[in-house]
Design a protein around this ligand. Structure first.
Ligand SMILES: *Cc1c(COP(=O)(O)O)cnc(C)c1O
Length: 425
């Protein structure tokens, strides 16, 4: 070990960071500690985690309730194979999730992260039809959707500007535009045509909010019409709730706002409250039944070594308990109200367009001449960090997804720093 070098220098020797072009990226910042909504760097600077570390730690960092539950679990059963064995944390988690999942969800398949959760959703949809003897091999997805970075997930993601090296290996996908209200009819017509011309197996969608597409929001009624049409044609509806799940939209799941319920739900991120990595793909009895057979080949032969890791299950179970508590629900309502007030305050500002919010998710596009800035996104990021708020703008979109436990004072600090943007840019 080279103790004489600081962490950043040592990092550069062996580490390769996600979503980073190292030749042009600035140095990584070493975070030493986190508590509640706060991140602390090596040098003692503090930052409000305005994006809940990619929408994970919604109950706050290093939450003592969750830590206690995971610690107790750790002393009792750390890890065991989930093929042939079961355990209490997994069983209890499945029972707890059933009480909050959209109506109709019945069976749960454990995996490791958001990409594997959607990958399995896609595999379930394709194999459902395969097992029924249907020749359906095409997936349907939204333009600009994002579902993860493994091959199936990449295939259905529309935001694939950097996926050039892999495109020849993708599964077949057809795309439709998101329903925005005024275009609902067109989208439905487009979908009818696609259904006629293709053997579509499943439709994967981020319900109501497309996170990676810069928190774009769409029309619940339009989405409902799309789902209804899919269901009429036995197209398996796969809701990717990896970002939207667990209270972020103000309901347990974004699908709760939509009358037509999904056949499959993909979960990760806040599932484990930001403590441990885990994904989960749930489905209805109808989907499960298509795999239930004397024929071993009709089973879902997918398995990850750490499936249903007891520690991750314990974290998730503690998270669900917190989410269902009165206190957490009123935290969510408080942030919703603050967002509404902030939205009313800035919505007519000439530098603000496309302002939108749902639950604890808040976003708007900064109306400035992008050409004036070498890299607007990086300059905004720098400005936020210098002012003690960790936000990750996407292009000219500024968004907030702070933890549910963010206090009014802490929210006001985020809003103030955002308002500072209007004078500087
Ligand atoms: C983050 C995300 C994923 C991918 O999850 P990872 O855990 O990063 O693999 C998939 N879908 C959506 C909607 C996401 O936001």
């Amino acid at each position: 070990m080279q103790e004489n070098l600081n962490l950043v220098e040592r990092d550069k020797k062996h580490l390769w960071h996600p979503l980073t072009q190292h030749k042009i990226a600035s140095d990584a910042l070493a975070i030493a500690k986190a508590k509640g909504v706060w991140l602390f760097d090596e040098n003692g600077n503090e930052y409000i985690d305005g994006i809940s570390s990619w929408y994970t730690c919604v109950y706050g960092h290093c939450n003592t309730f969750i830590i206690a539950r995971v610690t107790a679990q750790m002393k009792n059963l750390d890890q065991v194979v989930f093929s042939g064995f079961t355990h209490k944390p997994a069983v209890e988690l499945s029972e707890a999730l059933i009480t909050i999942l959209p109506e109709g969800q019945q069976k749960m398949f454990f995996n490791d992260n958001g990409s594997t959760a959607t990958e399995i959703g896609i595999k379930m949809a394709l194999q459902y039809h395969h097992n029924l003897g249907n020749d359906r091999k095409v997936m349907l997805a939204f333009e600009e959707g994002f579902h993860g970075d493994t091959f199936g997930a990449m295939s259905v993601s529309g935001l694939s500007v950097y996926n050039g090296a892999f495109q020849d290996h993708f599964i077949a996908v057809k795309r439709i535009a998101v329903p925005k209200g005024e275009n609902n009819k067109e989208v439905l017509e487009q979908l009818k045509q696609l259904i006629k011309e293709n053997n579509i197996a499943g439709f994967i969608y981020e319900p109501l909010v497309q996170g990676a597409a810069a928190m774009k929001m769409h029309d619940a009624e339009g989405l409902n019409e799309i789902l209804k049409l899919c269901k009429e044609n036995d197209i398996v509806c796969v809701a990717d709730e990896v970002m939207t799940g667990f209270g972020k939209t103000g309901r347990y799941f974004a699908s709760d706002y939509i009358e037509t319920k999904p056949d499959i739900v993909c979960m990760s991120k806040a599932l484990t409250a930001g403590l441990l990595p885990m994904g989960l793909t749930s489905c209805t009895q109808k989907i499960y039944d298509a795999f239930y057979s004397e024929d071993i080949a009709k089973g879902l032969f997918h398995g990850h070594t750490y499936s249903a890791n007891p520690l991750a299950c314990a974290a998730a179970l503690a998270g669900v308990e917190l989410l269902r508590s009165k206190e957490m629900q009123s935290n969510i309502k408080r942030i919703e109200k603050l967002h509404k007030a902030f939205s009313d305050k800035i919505k007519d500002h000439p530098k603000v367009t496309n302002i939108r919010h749902l639950g604890i998710i808040f976003a708007f596009d900064l109306n400035v001449k992008m050409e004036r800035y070498g890299n607007l996104r990086n300059q905004l990021f720098q400005y936020f960090m210098e002012n003690g708020v960790y936000l990750r703008p996407l292009g000219n979109t500024i968004y907030i997804t702070a933890p549910f436990i963010t206090s009014e004072k802490e929210m006001q600090k985020i809003y103030e720093v955002i308002e500072g943007v209007f004078d500087r840019f």
